[in-house]
Design a protein around this ligand. Structure first.
Ligand code: GLU
Length: 283
């Protein structure tokens, strides 16, 4: 039975050429939609306007079409929708859950070096909360002085507001209790762009009616943050599937640095879509 309520997506960032790992992710989501008789969407995650390039975006369309994928038009480009993210940010701000953070990477590293047992999350040290503790008059003074700041989620307050008992489901790992603490006070608006990965993904998956998020295991911890944002912003919670990650010959996760494995290199070398499926272990 076709299931029109099944909506999944592939959401690459145009900061480089797609590689075999992206192909695996895109094909896994596309195949799942086809099997379910559902819909497949493509979303361009280009909020980082400094690192994204139109040529990489065009390459995404070309490479995915070459792989035999089709997707619904229009494609949602996140950079066209900063107003949607601003609205959600305002809402969280109105709930008193955000604070300005003026720290540079260097400030954060120095603060962490000073503290004896700084907590570490899956992506490195957790933000030590320096600006959360900043007195209101000091904050106001720095803002008035034009100092650049990011907006961070006050996680303890956010968890209090959302209440306990938040859960989500992963098709491979099973039922999960939401625990975003390993990522700490995440950034929801960056100094250089008025949103962040976490906020835009949570908002866009809801706005696009995504029922099934299929993506790599590298984003497993991020889902705890997204689940919390869904609760705070009254957004629905999709079903999740965090799939295995492809590795290179050294056993390391494929990244944009593995140039030999970009889809365009494979294509230039005479490979076809079936070869890519086989190389990605999709038969
Ligand atoms: N844009 C993210 C990336 O390229 C993926 C986001 C997602 O699938 O939620 O890694």
């Amino acid at each position: 039975m076709p299931d029109a309520a099944f909506v999944t997506r592939f959401a690459p960032s145009p900061t480089g050429y797609l590689h075999l790992g992206h192909a695996f992710s895109a094909l896994t989501a596309f195949d799942a939609a086809r099997t379910a008789g559902g819909r497949f969407l493509l979303r361009i995650e280009d909020i980082d306007t400094g690192r994204c390039r139109p040529a990489f975006e065009q390459a995404i369309y070309d490479d995915l079409a070459w792989l035999g994928l089709t997707w619904e038009e229009p494609v949602r480009r996140q950079s066209d929708h900063f107003a949607d993210f601003a609205a959600s940010l305002d809402r969280l701000d109105g709930m008193g859950l955000l604070y300005p953070c003026f720290c540079t990477r260097k400030d954060i590293a120095a603060e962490i070096a000073r503290s004896a047992n700084a907590p570490h999350g899956p992506d490195g040290p957790v933000y030590p909360g320096t600006c959360r503790r900043r007195p209101a008059d000091d904050r106001a003074r720095r803002i008035a002085a034009g100092d650049a700041f990011a907006l961070r989620l006050d996680l303890a307050k956010a968890l209090d507001t959302a209440g306990g008992g938040l859960t989500w489901h992963d098709a491979e790992a099973g039922g999960m209790t939401c625990d975003p603490r390993p990522l700490g006070d995440v950034v929801l608006a960056r100094k250089d762009t008025p949103t962040s990965y976490h906020l835009s993904v949570a908002v866009d998956d809801a706005l696009q009616g995504v029922s099934h998020v299929i993506r790599g295991r590298d984003l497993f911890h991020a889902t705890h943050v997204h689940r919390l944002l869904q609760a705070l912003l009254d957004l629905p919670t999709p079903a999740y599937r965090h799939h295995r990650l492809l590795t290179n010959a050294d056993g390391q996760r494929l990244s944009k640095r593995d140039k030999a494995r970009t889809l365009r290199e494979l294509r230039a070398g005479g490979a076809g879509a079936d070869d890519v499926r086989r190389l990605a272990g999709l038969g």
